[in-house]
Design a protein around this ligand. Structure first.
Ligand code: SF4
Length: 211
């Protein structure tokens, strides 16, 4: 096991054989899995809230799940397994809410043709998944002579009528997200990072990042 969650951790580095607090390897793994899942759900729950939808059950579960990993007083494995199973349910609920929020705000997505490659003139490349951030950028770039490109997994944004209506949304510069470093270095455009898949940048690169 490895845990360095609190100040009691062995030699200030980490508990590896067993926890000073009594935590065991199984509890550590269940808590780590729970934390990773809660972080992912929280990210998409944030996007849902940006689009005007809030769900108390989701918020309460996120708080309860996080608290169960912080207190160091309840190492009940059955409880943690139950929270893990509930996490799957809440995850599906949040993704459904996000889909509905996207459609409510930007219309039912339909297939459209998307130009691939850079065009002449100044541009901004948007990476991530945050359609609200893209929308705010499009509003500001429309009529300003700045072209906006989606990157990689932001491609589906073009299918939403209320985003595709902006003339400044001109195309896609993308490929697999793992090619970010090569792609970002290739095009002389500003880059806006909106969510959680941005790789560490090369030394001389700067990226605007919306949290
Ligand atoms: S929570 Fe327990 S296992 Fe983790 S670092 Fe603290 S004492 Fe060690």
């Amino acid at each position: 096991m490895f845990c360095y969650q609190c100040s009691q951790t062995v030699r200030g580095v980490g508990c590896t054989n067993h926890g000073v607090c009594g935590k065991n390897d199984t509890v550590t793994k269940l808590q780590d899995n729970l934390l990773f899942a809660l972080k992912g759900i929280s990210a998409y729950n944030y996007h849902v809230k940006e689009l005007g939808i809030k769900d108390d059950e989701v918020d309460e579960f996120l708080t309860k799940g996080l608290y169960s990993t912080l207190t160091n007083v309840n190492f009940d494995i059955d409880n943690l397994v139950g929270l893990g199973l509930k996490t799957g349910e809440v995850n599906l609920k949040v993704m459904k809410m996000l889909k509905e929020a996207h459609i409510a705000n930007y219309g039912e997505p339909t297939p459209v043709e998307v130009k691939v490659g850079a065009q002449e003139g100044p541009g901004i490349l948007v990476t991530g998944h945050d359609l609200k951030a893209l929308e705010e950028l499009l509003k500001q770039c429309e009529g300003a002579g700045v072209k906006v490109y989606t990157h990689s997994e932001m491609l589906p944004a073009h299918g939403y009528p209320e985003l595709n209506k902006y003339e400044c949304l001109v195309g896609q510069l993308g490929g697999a997200w793992i090619d970010q470093k090569k792609l970002f270095a290739k095009y002389n455009v500003a880059i806006l990072g909106t969510t959680n898949c941005v790789l560490p940048l090369k030394k001389n690169m700067l990226i605007g990042y919306l949290l």
